[in-house]
Design a protein around this ligand. Sequence first.
Ligand code: NAG
Ligand code: NAG
Ligand code: NAG
Ligand code: NAG
Ligand code: NAG
Ligand code: NAG
Ligand code: NAG
Length: 263
Amino acid sequence: MEYTALHTLLWLQTAFVLTTQEFVKLSVTPKITAECGKEVTLNCNVSSSRHGLSIKHMNWSQNNRSLCSLDKEGNITHHKHTLSHFHCEYKHGTQLSLIFKRVQPLESGDYRCKLQSNQGAKHQYTRVELQECCGIVEGVWTGDRATCTFKNIYPDGDVHWFHGSHNLSDGSVRQHTTKHVDEGGWLTIRSYLEQNSSTVPYNCSLKSSTSGRYITSTLVQNPELQARSISQEHTHPGRNGVGSPGPLWTYLCISILLAVTLK
Ligand SMILES: *[C@@H]1O[C@H](CO)[C@@H](O)[C@H](O)[C@H]1NC(C)=O
Ligand SMILES: *[C@@H]1O[C@H](CO)[C@@H](O)[C@H](O)[C@H]1NC(C)=O
Ligand SMILES: *[C@@H]1O[C@H](CO)[C@@H](O)[C@H](O)[C@H]1NC(C)=O
Ligand SMILES: *[C@@H]1O[C@H](CO)[C@@H](O)[C@H](O)[C@H]1NC(C)=O
Ligand SMILES: *[C@@H]1O[C@H](CO)[C@@H](O)[C@H](O)[C@H]1NC(C)=O
Ligand SMILES: *[C@@H]1O[C@H](CO)[C@@H](O)[C@H](O)[C@H]1NC(C)=O
Ligand SMILES: *[C@@H]1O[C@H](CO)[C@@H](O)[C@H](O)[C@H]1NC(C)=O
């Protein structure tokens, strides 16, 4: 007798929990694509079809580690253990937001919003993805070779060097490329060419591994040869013209001289 009463009680309790959980609802955006270097906000909205909802606890977490939590007084506690600057805000008595100043590659992934309330517990996930980032590129002439460095790249890319319209990745010129990942997941790619003698600048380009597009590029030129080519252009203004300008200039000068002296 006592046994069945206990069972009934347990059954009722379970049924009660199951039904009350239907009233309270958490809304999150299932997937957010973060733009490089831009702030991103993850909202977690609480609603209930019943009156008298009171929040006991809420939190945003990643990989089972709480980033911030809200108590029943509405006070937020931040748990600092990630690399990024983030903070949480609680608004309108129903919305807990997790705000990142700038999402780093290693922080992309699933974030969980969890609620404990007098009408039951709920949780929902938001997936944060980071857009392709082309970061910053720098091309310099170091020693006797063209070097370029791409920083804050995500997710990955291949370096292709061009010389005018010539794609140097065909193996005609040796190139060395190294990759390094920092603690936030950003990639630094450095590349140099084993060629140093042209007055035409080398184009160092990064092709994204995900989109297959060239996302960033820079021109690198030997400063000495550049200076020499500029001074040559000044002393020989006709150098880039069609044909060989030498005899033409001589012919013109002689003609003018003749014209003047014959007058
Ligand atoms: C949460 O509520 C705010 C307004 O209070 C709204 O702007 C936002 O879109 C909502 N977010 C979700 C994920 O429902
Ligand atoms: C999350 O952490 C809690 C204790 O903090 C633990 O009981 C639970 O098993 C963990 N879950 C996962 C998926 O690691
Ligand atoms: C807050 O998040 C952590 C990590 O997921 C979890 O272990 C903990 O139970 C959460 N707290 C509450 C009261 O939900
Ligand atoms: C919670 O916030 C209230 C004011 O909003 C403050 O008076 C109280 O001391 C805070 N409690 C804790 C535990 O920080
Ligand atoms: C340059 O050559 C590489 C390697 O062969 C190739 O993957 C790339 O698509 C080429 N780029 C262009 C713009 O032709
Ligand atoms: C190019 O570099 C080689 C060594 O790598 C050097 O011997 C040569 O003088 C350089 N040429 C020019 C034009 O800088
Ligand atoms: C370098 O070459 C790439 C691929 O052909 C091109 O997309 C890019 O505009 C060039 N960059 C510069 C600075 O000329």
